[in-house]
Write a protein that binds this ligand. Structure first.
Ligand code: 5AD
Ligand code: SF4
Length: 436
């Protein structure tokens, strides 16, 4: 057996791709290991969304170069591969910056890894694949070899929205939906292997339109699969939130009351400069309609502070929006200049100290909302899907319908099942309760 180490950066779509790469290499004799030392193959599955994420890859490559040299001294060979969005965006530059890299493979071409490994070995040189062969990849991927209780399933890739700050339309290509039957097949395979929750993934998942099915129809079909108890989906764009999907939150009992719906900013001037194609009021009205369909829905979002030209008043409008909507939790970031995107050359870039102060203020407010939302569950009885053993002995960990982690003293036989839990208290990152 050869040892394979895969390190994943960034979003859940990368996590899905990493699992698929491991499945793809298993027939070549590679078994996953949890450290790079002595590995025969190391894959960094990378993220290009913000500068920090991309730079981490190069420092990791520096460390791996040493491990690769050690392995060579003892007569072995470590194949070093860079996959994911940095591979797509930077291609040959990666090899120029770090010559120890053998393979560079973009997110649309990793199904070609086996042939690339053979090619790199034959020619003792580098192999590079960053084509966009659309959906061909999915036809060439093997069945899932295993699964967790909550399983990711990519249904859509790419983005046509071109927000002016974002690299995704360049690294992941244009919006493509997989055919519904292929998705249902994969969902059944995951259910057979023990998955009880399916998380449908896509950069614009609610733009799903495979063979003219909507995401709502796909969720209804997945709800029919035996063993599947819960369905979630991420990430959605406000513009693609169709009426039937909103309605599904009131009708499909397996669709969880949780929605990640990024807004980025509460200021119309900033939203316009970001090319978001919606106003803050469009977003508020959309949230009202979603809450009419499912009043208890937990909303989450992404925010960017310090976008070029963002004034104090623009930032105040973001705080105002957050205050009005009330989020269960949210991600927030300082604007990061990405090469090749329109915003990177906009005038009125915001100084770092202003970005830091705004991020602090926003995160304080968001954390307050998160604690308030978590605290509002104390005393309630909620159905919890148990996923795994917890770090503390005798405890298992599961999630509420609102995706909050819950720790409970209970038998591990409950893992994979849904049981009622009375929520008793909250710690910083988790709820705690007892079986009801
Ligand atoms: N700078 C900061 N944050 C960004 N995001 C995307 N591009 C950038 C950027 N250049 C954030 C957005 C997006 C999330 C995945 O990452 O909020 O929704
Ligand atoms: Fe990036 Fe905007 Fe597309 Fe989201 S919708 S992936 S932020 S371009």
């Amino acid at each position: 057996m050869k040892k394979l180490f895969v390190k994943t950066y960034g979003c859940q779509m990368n996590a899905y791709d990493s699992a698929k790469m491991a499945d793809l290499l298993a027939p070549l004799g590679y078994a996953a290991t949890d450290a790079p030392d002595g590995a025969d193959m190391v894959i960094l599955n990378t993220c290009h969304i913000r500068e920090k994420a991309a730079e981490k890859v190069y420092s990791e490559l520096g460390r791996l170069r040493t491990l690769k040299a050690e392995k060579a001294r003892s007569g072995g060979r470590m194949v070093l591969a860079v996959a994911g969005c940095v591979a797509q965006a930077e291609g040959e530059e990666i090899v120029a910056r770090q010559p120890a890299v053998d393979l560079v493979v973009g997110p649309q071409s990793y199904h070609r890894l086996p042939e690339m490994i053979a090619r790199a070995a034959r020619e003792q040189g580098h192999a590079l694949e960053t084509d966009f062969p659309a959906l061909e990849k999915f036809d060439s991927l093997p069945e899932p070899s295993g699964t967790s209780i909550s399983a990711f399933l990519t249904v859509q890739e790419g983005c046509d929205k071109f927000c002016t700050f974002c690299v995704v339309p360049y690294t992941r290509g244009s919006e493509q939906s997989r055919p519904p039957q292929a998705i249902l097949r994969e969902a059944r395979q995951l259910a057979d292997k023990g998955a009880r929750e399916i998380v449908l993934l896509g950069q614009n998942v609610n733009a799903y339109n495979g063979e003219d099915w909507s995401l709502a129809r796909l969720c209804d079909a997945i709800a029919q699969i035996e063993g599947i108890r819960r369905i979630r989906y991420t990430t959605s764009h406000p513009r693609d939130m169709g009426d039937d999907l909103i309605a599904a939150h009131g009708k499909n009992p397996k669709l969880m009351p949780y929605l990640h719906l990024p807004v980025q900013s509460g200021s119309d001037a900033v939203l316009e400069a970001m090319n978001r194609q919606h106003s803050h009021d469009d977003y508020r009205r959309l949230v009202d309609r979603i809450r009419q369909a499912r009043p208890d829905i937990a909303l989450t979002s992404d925010f960017i502070v310090g976008f070029p030209g963002e004034s104090d008043a623009d930032f105040e409008a973001t705080l105002q929006l957050v205050g009005d909507i009330g989020y269960a939790t949210a991600f927030s970031f300082k604007y990061s200049k990405r090469p090749g995107t329109p915003a990177s050359t906009m005038r009125k870039q915001i100084p770092e100290d202003v970005k830091t102060a705004r991020l602090d203020a926003l995160q304080k407010l968001l954390l307050k909302q998160q604690y308030a939302f978590d605290d509002s569950q104390i005393g309630k009885v909620l159905p919890v899907l148990f996923e795994k053993s917890a770090r503390d002995k005798g405890q298992i960990m599961g999630r509420t319908p609102y995706l909050q982690p819950v720790h409970v003293h209970a038998d591990s036989a409950l893992i994979g099942q849904v049981a009622d839990v009375r929520i008793e208290r909250r710690t910083a990152n988790s709820l705690h309760g007892v079986l009801a």
